[in-house]
Design a binder for this molecule. Structure first.
Ligand SMILES: [Zn+2]
Length: 360
């Protein structure tokens, strides 16, 4: 009995030790090196779509989620459009994302929609078609640019947009962004190559087009997004091929500026209005199965900034569930943890090295 208890205690200690948080608010993985563990990462991503429509109630909702779930690590996919058109609460919003980074281990990445004001500031001619939110691509348009895919712009234009974004981040002291997602999850090989060349490490664009769980996007999205059935709610992080944006892509891979491939983080739990809290919990459990089979995985919860108040209850409920899962699985030596997108990439490569060692 005693030896049983002590084995259990060692397991619990190892698991809890792995959750030690270092001075930068990042979960310190190096202290659990005695035993190689696979981890199920839970990322929580905010999409800044219309920062001017973010009310103080929405900002409070984000604050509530941060306070209620201290283990949670945001990746705010922030949008420089907050500085190219009138955004009443931009200072408060900016302070919030910086506070999350400085005090709660968050990452600040980038989310871009092809708005006229943004393109004008980047020195690009605005286009109002096609739209990813229409019954068909033909004759579709969006005069705001919100649903126009970034992928229709040329590489030269994309570089200009990304350069404007980097300069804006620098000016506003938002740091060097490493994670990227374009509006409506649009991407292409060209765009993936462009983000890699512009210093990004992680793409958060892969989106399940099916309706196994949650709602689907409009028909034109399916034609323009570039995703197909090879992306599902069970997709795991993968290296982005030079030949295909899909999980089935093979080597050679698109290299980031640090010499390693860029990693795609599939949007397993879609986004706020599309999914119920039960959907998100079920998808989490599907990924927990990978972890139990000793395979690293990651789920992604995503929420828009401008309707955070509306969905506060739903996300608070799901995060309560995740908090419980972290503790209950730790007792069984299964590591579930909240991670930023950049730390998932780091873990992905560490896991790859460990798997190779294991094969020898
Ligand atoms: Zn968006």
């Amino acid at each position: 009995m005693n030896s049983r208890i002590s084995i259990f205690s060692i397991k619990l200690c190892t698991a809890l030790f792995a959750l030690v948080i270092d001075t930068y608010g990042q979960i310190n993985e190096s202290k659990s090196q005695t035993k190689q563990e696979t981890v199920l990462h839970v990322s929580v991503v905010s999409h800044f779509d219309r920062p001017w429509a973010m009310g103080l109630d929405d900002l409070n909702a984000f604050r509530t989620l941060t306070q209620n779930h201290p283990m949670m690590r945001w990746t705010h996919l922030y949008n420089p459009v907050a500085y190219t058109q009138l955004t009443p609460h931009y200072k408060k919003i900016e302070s919030f994302v910086k506070e999350c980074r400085d005090n709660h281990g968050a990452e600040i990445g980038v989310h871009l929609h092809m708005y006229e004001s943004l393109l004008k500031k980047a020195g690009i001619k605005f286009r109002n078609a096609p739209s990813m939110n229409a019954q068909s691509v033909n004759a579709s348009h969006d005069n705001t640019g919100y649903s126009v895919p970034m992928t229709i712009y040329s590489r030269k234009e994309i570089d200009k947009i990304l350069n404007f974004t980097l300069n804006t981040f620098k000016k506003r002291k938002l740091g060097r962004p490493r994670s990227f997602c374009a509006g409506f999850y649009a991407t292409s090989i060209e765009l993936q190559k462009a983000i890699a060349a512009n210093g990004y490490y992680v793409s958060a664009a892969a989106f399940p087009p099916g309706n196994e769980f949650g709602a689907r996007y409009a028909p034109s999205w399916h034609e323009l997004a570039g995703w197909n059935k090879t992306v599902t709610v069970r997709s795991r992080p993968y290296k982005v091929s030079e030949k295909s944006i899909l999980p089935i892509g093979t080597a050679p891979y698109i290299k980031a500026k640090d010499g390693k491939p860029i990693i795609e983080l599939p949007q397993t739990c879609k986004i706020d209005w599309m999914v119920s809290s039960e959907n998100m919990k079920t998808i989490f459990k599907e990924h927990l199965k990978f972890c139990k089979q000793n395979q690293m995985s990651a789920v992604c919860l995503a929420i828009h900034e401008n309707n955070a108040a509306q969905y506060l209850e739903k996300y608070d409920d799901v995060l309560n569930f995740i908090d419980e899962q972290i503790l209950s699985n730790a007792k069984n030596g299964i590591l579930v943890r909240y991670s930023t997108l950049s730390s998932i990439r780091k873990s992905f490569f560490e896991n790859e090295i460990n798997q190779l060692k294991g094969q020898k």
